[in-house]
Design a protein around this ligand. Structure first.
Ligand SMILES: Cc1cc2nc3c(=O)[nH]c(=O)nc-3n(C[C@H](O)[C@H](O)[C@H](O)COP(=O)(O)O)c2cc1C
Length: 192
């Protein structure tokens, strides 16, 4: 698929089938990620690929965050919200947890490390699309919690930047493109 076509036709896919993409396909997606631009060649991206019961680690984090958000919960409520969170990790057959580990080099700015990993995620989404897979970049408040970081071994200065829900799109599940402003609306051309 042509690059520009991939950029334009990629969509966030909510409904994915249970079919697990092969390790080879997932590796191609990770391969695309590592070619993202990054200043000082710090390569600050880290990936944890969750498949099958491996997704329980994410479910556990969602569940624990739900529990912590409750005020004066009963034991029953604690269990209910934990299970509700736990099941969220099963929305796709594969989830890739993407985190940023910022360099200790004092010349390196954290915002640039985050920018580099964001570029890596876009590469992943485009690669998934080009390979016939569907993906959705999710965050939500739980992604930014200490609980999530702890479950995935992210350092104190690091952060989870995205949970990439990955699989094969269900038939008819590709949404219409969202409305986007035209280039003219947010561009200033300076020629002199
Ligand atoms: C940093 C980031 C975080 C996102 N987090 C969520 C999320 O938590 N839940 C969600 O439904 N979509 C999330 N999205 C996906 C956007 O909702 C989606 O990209 C947007 O609706 C545009 O649709 P498209 O990706 O098909 O162009 C996120 C996207 C980005 C870039």
């Amino acid at each position: 698929m042509d690059t520009l076509e991939a950029i334009k036709t990629r969509r966030s896919i909510n409904n994915l089938t249970g079919q697990v993409p092969s390790k080879e396909l997932i590796t191609q997606i990770l391969e695309a990620a590592r070619w993202a631009p990054n200043h000082f060649n710090t390569q600050p991206w880290r990936f944890t690929v969750l498949i099958g019961d491996g997704r329980d680690k994410l479910g556990d984090a969602y569940g624990k965050v739900n529990q912590r958000n409750l005020k004066d919960p009963s034991r029953e409520m604690l269990e209910t919200v934990y299970q509700k969170g736990f099941s969220k990790a099963k929305r796709s057959p594969v989830v890739i947890v993407v985190s940023v580990e910022p360099s200790d080099n004092p010349r390196v700015k954290k915002v640039e490390e985050i920018a580099a990993v964001s570029a890596a995620v876009q590469n992943m989404l485009l690669a998934a699309h080009a390979l016939g897979l569907g993906a959705k970049w999710r965050t939500g408040d739980p992604a930014y919690t200490d609980i999530m970081k702890e479950n995935f071994g992210v350092s104190e200065k690091g952060l989870v930047i995205g949970l990439i829900f990955l699989g094969y799109p269900e038939e008819g599940s590709v949404p219409e493109p969202p409305v986007r402003k035209s280039v003219e609306e947010f561009t200033t051309w300076v020629t002199e």
